[in-house]
Design a protein around this ligand. Structure first.
Ligand SMILES: *[C@@H]1O[C@H](CO)[C@@H](O)[C@H](O)[C@H]1NC(C)=O
Ligand SMILES: *[C@@H]1O[C@H](CO)[C@@H](O)[C@H](O)[C@H]1NC(C)=O
Ligand SMILES: *[C@@H]1O[C@H](CO)[C@@H](O)[C@H](O)[C@H]1NC(C)=O
Ligand SMILES: *[C@@H]1O[C@H](CO)[C@@H](O)[C@H](O)[C@H]1NC(C)=O
Ligand SMILES: *[C@@H]1O[C@H](CO)[C@@H](O)[C@H](O)[C@H]1NC(C)=O
Ligand SMILES: *[C@@H]1O[C@H](CO)[C@@H](O)[C@H](O)[C@H]1NC(C)=O
Ligand SMILES: *[C@@H]1O[C@H](CO)[C@@H](O)[C@H](O)[C@H]1NC(C)=O
Ligand SMILES: *[C@@H]1O[C@H](CO)[C@@H](O)[C@H](O)[C@H]1NC(C)=O
Ligand SMILES: *[C@@H]1O[C@H](CO)[C@@H](O)[C@H](O)[C@H]1NC(C)=O
Ligand SMILES: *[C@@H]1O[C@H](CO)[C@@H](O)[C@H](O)[C@H]1NC(C)=O
Ligand SMILES: *[C@@H]1O[C@H](CO)[C@@H](O)[C@H](O)[C@H]1NC(C)=O
Ligand SMILES: *[C@@H]1O[C@H](CO)[C@@H](O)[C@H](O)[C@H]1NC(C)=O
Length: 598
């Protein structure tokens, strides 16, 4: 079972009082950069174009137009959804267009359909000239919900408008339906990797990196009055729902949506409570720098994720994010955990509690999940899929923390390791398949304070490897998929007293990256590398940036066997500088080849 190692050193001499290290990381641009042009500016999150959106959509559904002004404390805005009549589609994109003008904080938002989350997003902070942006997301994996009639689409965006914070967020949401089947014949010729598994575990995966959409999605979410997400305030805040799954389920995946806010918005930079107490600091951004979202079934830990640290547009230096927003800010990543090996616990026709919690959390986290289920269509009652865990393995968990500080200077480290292996069989009409899942997680965080706490360095590494192997009755390997992810992050920030009254000068650097490689035998192999490097300065008064400057450089490259996309772009002081994009796979093989070291 769990191995727990606790390692704690505290050293201190001559403590003194201060509130200086209150880390003001979340800011607005107070009437900054009065660009006299009256044109509003487009903000963007760099990502690859969806492979099917260059086709003309077969149908378009404008589902919602709403101005989010004083929406704090209100339930989500809802409208009725039905798919467009008489429309043939295989793929669907959700498009959210937004605009705003004035001054406003960044805000978190989400879109739910029939209680299932389709999109977690955050807003860009507006300017007096106005800004606008578009988020386009492939929502094909939610097809089983998208085909239902008379269901409710809900959008939550908590905003506050007053004399100072004038920015209203105007939002349009559209569904675009595409019929990719038409294109199939030609695509299959181009690349013949149609995946043959008896009961369609995978479909032709040329146009989407996802497997065939689930047959049923059960939301594991709240009641909707305050949004369908669960508001998690502390580590003992277990939230969840009892679910009964159909007895012919042969595959299950739980998809987790998560964002961190309040005192935990910058959780990866939070020092331990002892440092805050010893220095009599008033900040509540503490409790150390390790957070992990855990998923339980009936109290048994079945998976976890260390989320990618998405930085909202008011974060660290708001000028970094003009007009290139942070990785994931407009389309926060969701995380899949394969629960197929646990079907043996779920297939008894009884209700089981699926619980979500965040280790070490402080207020607050917004967490929700969708349980995606694939059903054996050839197995109608009384036929029943059978499943059993063969071996739970011996999950290993190790956490080490070290802390040493003298007054406001010090150094703090946390290291977490997880290792697990589970195997189980599922007997459906596709055969008696054995699934073996191996997972390794390594989390390392280091925070250092120098110069009487005025200089801070954060270094974090998250590395995860998951291998899923499916074996046939005869023991032959049907598929083997390995996903490796790395989320490195470094931040340095310096705070200096400024010439002006009650203001401080803050200098900072940020380097973060989403690195992912997926390899499968008999399936698509994918490589993704998305990196941003930023540096900047700003003069800050309270939570307002009075002036400053910033440069952001971003490198994005994606490839699978059929497609690739690369983009190098930078922004300096609010203007795009360089922007080169290409999708010529052959022209840049070395660029993509170089990820093999991941
Ligand atoms: C914190 O406050 C206590 C009680 O007021 C005081 O004794 C101590 O010296 C203070 N520590 C620092 C580091 O200021
Ligand atoms: C460190 O900062 C504290 C609080 O701002 C201040 O009281 C103290 O004098 C500083 N010490 C030094 C050595 O600068
Ligand atoms: C905008 O106009 C004001 C007043 O006309 C002027 O002082 C300022 O320099 C202008 N700013 C820019 C960025 O052009
Ligand atoms: C002002 O905004 C416009 C429209 O976004 C942009 O093209 C122009 O470069 C900006 N000018 C300055 C000085 O920032
Ligand atoms: C549905 O589409 C078919 C073929 O395009 C067309 O013949 C039929 O009139 C359409 N029905 C409705 C109700 O629009
Ligand atoms: C949303 O923005 C996209 C791209 O800017 C545009 O093509 C589309 O027409 C817009 N949709 C709506 C409903 O405004
Ligand atoms: C939303 O749609 C309305 C009506 O088509 C349009 O006037 C408005 O400009 C759109 N707003 C955004 C942010 O796309
Ligand atoms: C959906 O609602 C419409 C209008 O209220 C109704 O005509 C239709 O039958 C409903 N469809 C379903 C599947 O309930
Ligand atoms: C395995 O599943 C198949 C198809 O549902 C069924 O016919 C068969 O009886 C099952 N095997 C056992 C040993 O239960
Ligand atoms: C499925 O295979 C496993 C391992 O090969 C075996 O132990 C189990 O009894 C089989 N289940 C069925 C229903 O045949
Ligand atoms: C600083 O504050 C004083 C008193 O409020 C004021 O007279 C002075 O102009 C301010 N200086 C600056 C640079 O804002
Ligand atoms: C970006 O553009 C500047 C000026 O046009 C140029 O000097 C620089 O080399 C470019 N940087 C990259 C990374 O392409």
């Amino acid at each position: 079972m769990a191995i727990l190692i606790f390692f704690f050193i505290v050293s201190f001499i001559a403590p003194f009082s201060s509130s200086l290290a209150e880390h003001r990381f979340h800011l607005t641009k107070h009437g900054l950069r009065q660009n006299n042009s009256s044109r509003s500016q487009q903000y963007i999150e760099i990502t690859r174009p969806l492979p099917f959106t260059n086709l003309p959509p077969s149908c378009t559904l404008n589902i919602l137009t709403h101005d989010f002004a004083n929406t704090i404390g209100l339930p989500p805005v809802s409208t009725s959804y039905s798919p467009p009549p008489n429309c043939t589609w295989t793929h669907v994109a959700l498009q959210l267009n937004a605009s705003s003008k004035g001054e406003q904080y960044d805000r978190i938002a989400a879109v739910w359909l029939d209680g299932a989350e389709l999109l977690r997003t955050s807003t860009a902070e507006p300017t007096d000239q106005g800004i606008f942006w578009t988020v386009t997301k492939d929502v094909t994996r939610y097809s089983s919900i998208l085909m239902n009639e008379n269901i409710s689409l809900s959008v939550m965006l908590e905003n506050l408008v007053n004399d100072i914070y004038t920015g209203v967020y105007q939002v349009n949401i559209t569904f675009l339906y595409y019929d990719v089947k038409k294109m199939d014949a030609s695509l299959s010729k181009r690349n013949n990797r149609k995946l043959k598994l008896e009961n369609d575990v995978f479909v032709n995966d040329l146009t989407s990196e996802y497997e065939k959409p689930a047959d049923l999605i059960i939301p594991v979410t709240g009641n909707g009055r305050e949004g369908f997400w669960y508001r998690i305030l502390n580590e003992s805040g277990l939230h969840g729902q009892r679910v009964i799954i159909p007895k012919n389920t042969y595959k299950a995946v739980i998809e987790i949506y998560v964002s961190s806010h309040g005192y935990d918005e910058f959780w990866y930079s939070n020092p331990p409570d002892s440092y805050i107490q010893m220095n009599n600091l008033t900040t509540k951004r503490g409790h150390g720098a390790y957070r992990e979202v855990l998923v339980n079934i009936d109290g048994i830990l079945v998976g976890s994720i260390v989320p990618f640290p998405v930085i909202f547009t008011g974060g660290i230096n708001p000028l970094y994010w003009e007009p290139l927003v942070s990785i994931g800010a407009f389309d926060l990543p969701s995380y899949d955990i394969d629960l197929t090996p646990y079907l043996g616990l779920l297939l008894d026709g009884q209700a089981h509690f699926i619980g979500l919690l965040v280790n070490d959390s402080i207020p607050f986290w917004l967490v929700g999940a969708n349980l995606h289920l694939w059903l054996d269509k050839n197995c109608a009652l009384p036929c029943q899929v059978q499943a059993k865990v063969i071996d739970f393995g011996t999950p290993k968990f190790k956490i080490e923390r070290s802390s040493s500080f003298l007054g406001l200077d010090g150094s703090f480290e946390v290291e977490v390791k997880r290792k697990s292996e589970i195997s189980s069989w599922v007997n459906s009409t596709a055969g008696n398949l054995t699934t073996i899942i191996k997972r390794e997680l390594k989390f390392e965080n280091e925070i250092k304070f120098y110069l009487n706490g005025t200089e801070k360095k954060i270094k974090q590494k998250v590395k995860e490897e998951v291998e899923v192997r499916v074996l046939s009755d005869s023991g032959g390997t049907i598929s083997k998929t390995k996903v490796k992810r790395k989320f490195p992050l470094t931040i340095t920030s310096k705070t200096l007293p400024s010439m002006e009254n009650d203001t401080t000068l803050m200098l900072s650097d940020l380097d973060h990256e989403w690195k992912e490689k997926k390899k499968s035998d008999g399936g698509p192999s994918i490589s993704l590398k998305n990196q941003q490097q930023c540096n900047g300065w700003m003069v800050v008064q309270d939570h307002n940036v009075l002036h400053g400057g910033a440069i952001t450089q971003q490198t994005y490259s994606y490839s699978n066997e059929a497609d690739c996309y690369a983009r190098i772009i930078s922004a300096a002081n609010g203007k795009l500088m360089n922007d080169t994009a290409n999708n010529l796979c052959a022209a840049s093989p070395s660029k993509f080849g170089s990820f093999s070291a991941l």
